[in-house]
Design a protein around this ligand. Structure first.
Ligand code: HEM
Length: 87
């Protein structure tokens, strides 16, 4: 994985605005702020997964979409914490 940081749930949740949006899909956290205008489903739909683990939403709508390729430059890191009681 390209990203180097571990992202906690709390950290992920802080990035839930249209101008600063992170999203987790299958354990990997992406900064989707700049992808927003390119999302074929629109801003509003993408915002439903803002600042959270959007794996289920994503899978429900379009499990066939190759997000790994689309978002490869947007990787922030992966979900996890070095602290035992975070997450
Ligand atoms: C459509 C990418 C996240 C909702 C699409 C399409 C792509 C795409 C490529 C066109 C699919 C097609 O025509 O076959 C992505 C990527 C995501 C993401 C890379 C990850 C960041 C989400 C999330 C939702 C969502 C979290 C929220 C539920 C939709 C909807 C459509 C769509 C409703 C329109 C489907 C349609 O009109 O047929 N997305 N999407 N997407 N996406 Fe996403």
């Amino acid at each position: 994985i390209q990203g180097r940081i571990l992202v906690s749930k709390a950290q992920l949740a802080e990035h839930n605005k249209e101008d600063d949006m992170w999203m987790c899909i299958r354990g990997v956290v992406y900064n989707v702020t700049r992808y927003m205008d390119f999302h074929p489903g629109g801003r509003e739909e993408l915002m439903r997964g803002a600042g959270m683990d959007a794996t289920e939403l994503f899978n429900k709508v379009h499990p066939w979409v190759n997000y790994e390729s689309i978002l490869q430059k947007c990787i922030v890191g992966k979900m996890g914490s070095s602290l035992p009681d975070e997450n």
